[in-house]
Design a protein around this ligand. Structure first.
Ligand SMILES: Cc1cc2nc3c(=O)[nH]c(=O)nc-3n(C[C@H](O)[C@H](O)[C@H](O)COP(=O)(O)OP(=O)(O)OC[C@H]3O[C@@H](n4cnc5c(N)ncnc54)[C@H](O)[C@@H]3O)c2cc1C
Length: 309
């Protein structure tokens, strides 16, 4: 994926119509705070435009104007902790840490390995990845299937006003949020990524009770997926299914009780998934097989669904 960065938005925009030869990389000042409050005060400034710097794999590539950056390395946000029945993944956790952690589900480890090659995984962080994610982001796809929640911190002067992200849709989190920190469901965050401009993601929380399976098709085993499917099941019978490999972000196809309609829901989500890497028809056919594989491993019965659309 290529991305352009505007002067102020927190998310990576897409490349369409952007001339990379004319792009100028202009990081005009570098800040490295050691306290979250200092970092928040810096990113909350309306001027000069100031962006959080995580692994820098995207941010250091090119910007359209001068920006100041706030390196988050000194904030200690890079741990993966088990808290009750949730995993807490620090925003600055690298994709390689995620890949190697035995605390995270194997599907998330595998998704981290696929996201970018090793050198980039050592730098790229989980928060930078969800901010920049396009539809090929396998880490974002697995986190979305697991109904992950972001904790978003905002400087006190901004937390009551514009720019405060929505909390709707966020589900149970074992930690009480501190003042100026909000829970945002990943599903709510992805279509409105600009809404966290001036704020910082501090960590992600992921429930540990679902089982999750991930399958993909790609040109080679290490290429970005043309289509992927993630299915998560909860002990309560809840089933969430996500597909990706195209478009702006992975798509939530199903969130319900039981697996009824699972394949039709995924096929519907892929109905318009036509691009230069694959046709919608191909993706729907492949997703049917991938979903069946996930379901088999999860013990979900899908009999007869292949023919329903
Ligand atoms: C060669 C290459 C190929 C790639 N291929 C793909 C691909 O196929 N699909 C895909 O989805 N991605 C792809 N990417 C993007 C890659 O996944 C991201 O570049 C990376 O994960 C960003 O993480 P980072 O920590 O380096 O973020 P940075 O580059 O440091 O930051 C990225 C953005 O996130 C913001 N940000 C970072 N941390 C926080 C935080 N804690 N709170 C708020 N905002 C924050 C930054 O301000 C910036 O806007 C590719 C990148 C490269 C270099």
């Amino acid at each position: 994926m290529h991305a352009e960065l505007g002067a102020t938005p927190a998310r990576c925009a897409k490349t369409d119509g952007y001339n990379y030869r004319e792009a100028k990389s202009m990081i005009s000042a570098y800040h490295r705070p050691t306290k979250l409050a200092e970092a928040l005060a810096l990113v909350a400034r309306a001027s000069p435009p100031t962006l959080p710097l995580a692994g820098g794999t995207q941010l250091s590539r090119s910007t359209r104007g001068a920006v100041e950056v706030v390196d988050l390395q000194g904030l200690g946000l890079n741990e993966i902790l088990i808290r009750g029945d949730h995993l807490e993944i620090g925003a600055m956790t690298t994709l390689e840490q995620l890949h190697r952690s035995t605390a995270v589900p194997p599907a998330l480890q595998q998704a981290a390995a696929l996201e970018v090659p090793l050198n980039l995984r050592n730098a790229a962080t989980v928060a930078g990845t969800v901010v920049c994610a396009d539809g090929k982001s396998t880490v974002t796809g697995v986190l979305l299937a697991l109904d992950a929640t972001l904790m978003v911190a905002t400087a006190p002067s901004r937390s009551a006003g514009a720019g405060a992200p929505s909390t709707s849709g966020a589900r149970g989190n074992p930690r009480t949020s501190t003042a100026g920190e909000r829970r945002v469901g990943l599903g709510d965050f992805l279509p409105l990524r600009e809404s966290i401009s001036g704020s910082l993601i501090t960590r992600l929380t992921v429930p540990q009770n679902p089982r999750v399976e991930f399958e993909y098709v790609a040109r080679t085993p290490k290429s970005p997926p043309i289509v992927f499917v993630v299915v998560a099941t909860w002990p309560s019978g809840r089933v969430r299914a996500v597909c990706g490999g195209f478009g702006d972000a992975p798509l939530l196809a199903l969130d319900g009780v039981g697996a009824m309609g699972l394949i039709p829901a995924l096929r519907n989500a892929l109905h318009d998934a036509d691009d230069y890497r694959g046709s919608a028809e191909y993706r729907m056919a492949a997703a049917t097989v991938l979903t069946q594989r996930c379901a088999d491993r999860l013990g979900l019965a899908l009999r007869g669904q292949e023919t329903q659309v």
